[in-house]
Write a protein that binds this ligand. Structure first.
Ligand code: GAL
Length: 369
């Protein structure tokens, strides 16, 4: 069982890795006393659209899995808050009013959504935090191992700087949104790797994970540090990496420093092929989304044995202890393992990545038909 203690605002993490997450449990289950049939409704609340992962992967995969687990009778009621916490609270209230059977919640703001979580519980609706932790009486949590994400990013940055990396090397940290507990874990994991190894000359938290805010922050950093004195940039995800690169190019930087990312966005995979971005973090969304659908259907149908088998990790939040959880592992994505990750897992086809103008870079990276 894995255990992570964290609060939504400030993260102090203690992780003891004893076993690993949930068992692979498929639909049908062996519970003897389900309390509901296949005619269930899963409410799905996702936080934003500036990162393509939600519309391209999370929503369609969860929808398809709920349908396949319920013989086509189950349905998903979906809403995307587009980074507006107040709107997400209204969306959650609408789902309570419609009396959905269970809610998968990926919060814009882990703290302010807690009141809505309490109202759902009072209405007898289970809430499962999806990808990002939510405060309030949630029934379970499924996410990636977010401290591992930060550690992989930090270690990759040092790897890119090479043997002669030293404490005098100035880097910039472009962290995620302060309202997202994942962002605090990414930062904590990265700092565990970077502390004492390089100088963090400027560090920003990026409102709503918006790439345009990262671009503005990076312009400030370039003006203060000097465009040729930034040895690397820790960007917490690919959207922020894109904003950082735009600012560096606008300042006339032609030889980009190593830049990290996360989410294996298609635009970032292309940048990794051309060398503009050093790495991303590959998060098998299908695994996270399908396990979440299984957890939601099992909870809605009262299949406790199946639900327990999927939530063998434990997480503490600032409002709850020993929350049943499922943590999905991640891997660094670099030029060398694009084929073995996002192509082998069917996230992208080779033709999605290797557009004609990337032919030479793709060939050099061993990416050819
Ligand atoms: C985080 C998520 C990351 C990141 C960001 C953007 O919570 O774990 O994948 O991309 O949101 O929405």
């Amino acid at each position: 069982m894995r255990r992570i203690a964290m609060s939504a605002a400030i993260t102090t993490i203690s992780v003891s890795l004893v076993g690993c997450g949930g068992l692979g449990v498929t639909g049908g289950g062996d519970d003897v006393s389900p309390t509901k049939g296949d005619d269930i409704t899963v409410g799905l609340l996702l936080p934003e659209k500036s990162n393509p992962q939600y519309e391209r992967f999370h929503h369609p995969i969860i929808k398809a899995k709920v349908e396949s687990l319920t013989g086509g009778q189950g349905r998903v009621e979906y809403a995307n808050a587009e980074a507006d916490a107040a709107e997400q609270a209204r969306q959650l209230q609408r789902m309570i009013n419609e009396q959905v059977d269970v809610i998968l919640l990926d919060p814009v703001d882990a703290h302010t959504i807690a009141g809505g979580v309490r109202k759902a519980k009072e209405a007898g609706i289970a809430v499962i935090a999806y990808d990002r932790l939510a405060e309030g009486p949630i029934d379970a949590y499924i996410t990636f191992d977010n401290e591992l994400v930060g550690g992989v990013q930090g270690r990759s940055l040092l790897e890119a700087l090479g043997e002669d990396a030293g404490i005098s090397d100035k880097i910039v940290m472009m962290n995620g949104s302060l309202t997202d507990s994942n962002a605090q874990q990414f930062k904590a994991g990265a700092l565990l790797a970077l502390d004492g190894k390089v100088t963090i000359a400027k560090s920003f938290d990026t409102k709503d994970w918006k790439p345009q805010n990262a671009e503005k922050n990076m312009t400030v950093a370039i003006n203060e540090i000097g465009r040729n004195d930034i040895k690397a940039v820790y960007a917490a995800n690919d959207g922020l990496a894109g904003g950082v690169i735009k600012a560096l190019k606008a300042a006339g930087v032609t030889d980009l420093p190593p830049i990290t990312g996360q989410d294996a966005e298609l635009s970032a995979v292309r940048r990794i092929v051309t060398g503009e971005q050093y790495m991303s973090v590959y998060k098998p969304y299908r695994q996270e989304a399908e396990r979440a659908a299984e957890m939601a259907v099992a909870k809605a149908q009262g299949r406790d044995i199946q639900f327990d088998a999927l939530t063998r990790d434990r997480v503490d939040s600032s409002t709850g202890k020993d929350i049943p959880a499922h943590l999905v592992p991640v891997v660094a994505l670099t030029k060398g393992n694009i084929k073995d990750t996002v192509i082998t897992d069917g996230m992208y086809k080779l033709s999605d990545i290797c557009k004609p103008q990337l032919a030479a870079d793709c060939a050099a990276a061993g990416l050819k038909k």
